[in-house]
Design a protein around this ligand. Sequence first.
Ligand SMILES: O=C(O)CCC(=O)C(=O)O
Length: 253
Amino acid sequence: MIPLSDLFKDYTLGEAERRALGQNGHLLLPGLLTDQASSRLVLSLRNVVQRGKHAVKGHEPQRFSAEFDDYLASLINHPQMLALARNILGQDIRYDHCVSLVRPPGTPAMAWHSHEYAEDDPSLGFIRIFFYVSGFASDDGGLKVVPGSHLFRDRSISAKNDVDLRDDWLLGKTHPETGEDLNIEHLDAPPGSIIIMWTHAAHGVVARKADSTTRYCVVYAYRNPGRSSDARWIGEAFEAQPPSGCAELMPLY
Ligand SMILES: O=C(O)CCC(=O)C(=O)O
């Protein structure tokens, strides 16, 4: 049993922050992770990378990360994690996945995409909480987003680069609430940053420079139950015997 220590430093996620998340589709909380959590996460993510060398197809450590590392598993129902998720989604939530996003130097860009969940029912939320342990620069493994894109609840956003996104999905689209043109934004995140993102938000990642360091990141996803979920990556054995205190978070519905 791993003793619980603080995951986050003090922060405010009140009405203003929830409104910004609702309007933009993402919320950056810079440097929120405690130093202890950051150091522990790097060890865990290195462990997952090691375990990935013997991956079994369909149950890869990268995609089912919490199932291959006790510290990552212990965070699924960490009180600060659940408080954060419930602050946004309300009380009734389920765990959906925990995926490692480790990007060594030279990792190529990731194309623009969005994710699915209950496209026809905005009352069912799905958030992803990215732990950018090592942070990133906008031109070095950085996350890019389109504020307002999540409001379209479009699971099929896809473009191989910024030019294609502008020429296709973005063309003529305006923010449903502000009426402003939708635009690409390249984020910067200091080490220890958390980014919360609604699942339908358009996002992509720029290449990690060849002479950079490894970028350590892990994402945890939570949702309101109500629909099936394509990214519900929970192995049968893990679901049957979830970590202590996690049973109520595991079911699909
Ligand atoms: O690696 C990242 O920063 C984001 C990865 C991503 O786009 C995703 O998990 O959907």
